[in-house]
Design a protein around this ligand. Structure first.
Ligand code: 2M8
Length: 445
């Protein structure tokens, strides 16, 4: 196992590690879903639920299916799966921004309960497939039958309503949709969003009451987040008039997940007796569009595209590595991503001396403590490891796996980790960290 310098609080052996992960998931279980964190994120989050279902399938398979089913019950009529499903039992102010800011129930086609109006990377079909593989019976196949139409509708929403540039890729309309909220990837398009930090005096941020403000997005970030939400909400979360929207970006991770979902749906379709053909065709088209529009031969990695400005964004973040999860990524691009992953920027190796960071660790704006601007996150490492396996790099995948297990063994099920010391940061009992470490432990290498 990777050495764990200056970390404290982690379990002592792999059995204890597994137990800690199960206990964390059990403690975060809330009637029909798992909260990412009891303190910071007490509602249901979309891509968290997908990652969590992958881990639950190992230990509480019935809950894995309930987790996905409860999320998809909040799906909108247009097929969008909201990024937050609010728990009505919680007090006003339990999370900011809460239902009073989103006002989803005023929007056409929204469900009766309160949700956000944004989406997150569509990793759910992959999660359903993996959950099925770990726990096929007794309910697995029936659950796939139930989920399949909803998963197809989720993809249809993205393909039909969010291809703003008409190039076959999905556009995200808010940094929150990427899941990597304050990544340096978004600094340029965010700088163009008019807002002033002072507007935050009118609100009470919930996150900074539970986590160190120096580890979180700034007030100016939040002022811009709210301005973008207001722009979308005030158009009823309709995607028709997006040309004037203040933030329009094609994200490599989001689109890689979009393509991976079609690959997973092809397999699910075959399992339930539906036609996998159309999913395979769509998967091929998405990979082609991703390579054509987001691969930058000059840097040898994938870069987000700012659709408003009509150009690729320059920051080299870990987002660029994630198209590796596409099994049909051409060899030239896959090889280039492996070079990028092994570079001093990201340090992936058969024996890693430091965890995979979320941003280029040689960049001047690398911030080891601030959320998605440097710290190491298990969900991203888990995706990159899958990609390395898919493209024939088992030694690198094994190095990354050992590094991730070492992080949790050293510090516990933290939300994110210091990219040098591995110290635990953010929530100390985080859902997807617990779930994904269970999945990593279940694999041999
Ligand atoms: C973080 O995002 C939320 C907003 O959606 C927040 O900062 O309050 C991100 O890390 C996101 O990827 C994650 O899904 C969410 C819940 O864990 O927290």
């Amino acid at each position: 196992m990777t050495a764990a310098p200056t970390r404290t609080g982690g379990p002592t052996d792999l059995g204890a590690l597994r137990q800690l992960a199960v206990t964390t998931l059990d403690a975060n279980w809330e009637h029909d879903h798992t909260v990412p964190s009891r303190t910071l994120y007490p509602h249901q989050w979309s891509w968290d639920s997908a990652f969590i279902a992958i881990g639950l399938a190992h230990v509480r398979p019935e809950r894995a299916w309930r987790e996905l089913a409860s999320l998809f019950r909040a799906q909108w009529a247009d097929g969008r799966v909201p990024h937050i499903v609010f728990n009505p039992a919680l007090r006003v102010g339990a999370y900011f921004p809460g239902p009073e800011l989103w006002r989803s129930t005023d929007a056409q086609g929204a469900p009766a309960g309160h949700t956000s109006g944004l989406v997150q990377p569509p990793v759910h079909a992959l999660a359903a497939l993996l959950a099925y593989r770990r726990a096929p019976e007794p309910v697995g196949l029936a659950a796939l039958h139930e989920l399949y139409p909803a998963l197809v509708a989720q993809q249809r929403y993205l393909a039909d309503r969010r291809d703003v540039a008409g190039d076959g890729l999905v556009c995200i309309v808010h940094p929150w949709e990427s899941g990597l909220d304050n990544s340096p990837a978004w600094d340029d398009p965010m700088a163009a969003v008019p807002a002033e930090a002072a507007v935050m005096r009118a609100y009470r941020r919930h996150d900074t009451a539970h986590a160190d403000a120096a580890h979180r997005p700034t007030d100016l970030d939040y002022a811009r987040y709210l301005a973008i939400v207001a722009a979308y909400r005030d158009h009823g979360y309709a995607d028709r008039a997006l040309a004037d929207h203040p933030f329009l970006v094609e994200c490599p991770l989001f689109n890689a997940a979009f393509g991976a979902a079609e690959h997973a749906l092809a397999e699910i379709a075959a399992l339930i007796g539906a036609d996998p053909g159309p999913h395979r065709v769509r998967a091929t088209r998405i990979t082609e569009a991703l390579v054509r529009r987001l691969y930058d031969p000059a840097t040898g990695t994938f870069q987000p595209r700012d659709v408003r400005a009509g150009r690729l964004l320059g920051a080299r973040t870990v987002l660029g590595l994630t198209p590796l999860i596409l099994p049909d990524l051409p060899t030239a691009q896959a090889d280039a991503l492996v070079v990028e992953a092994r570079s001093a920027r990201f340090g992936v190796a058969a024996r890693m001396d430091r965890p995979l960071p979320s941003h280029d660790r040689t960049a001047p704006d690398f911030e080891p403590l601030r959320y998605w601007r440097g710290p190491s996150w298990l969900n991203i490492g888990w995706l990159v490891r899958r990609g390395l396996l898919a493209h024939g790099h088992p030694e690198l995948a094994a190095g990354l796996r050992r590094s991730m297990i070492g992080l949790v063994a050293g510090a516990g099920c933290h939300e994110y980790f210091h990219p040098d010391s591995g110290a635990g940061l953010g929530s100390a009992a985080f859902g997807w960290t617990a779930a994904l470490v269970l999945d990593l432990l279940a694999d041999e290498v």
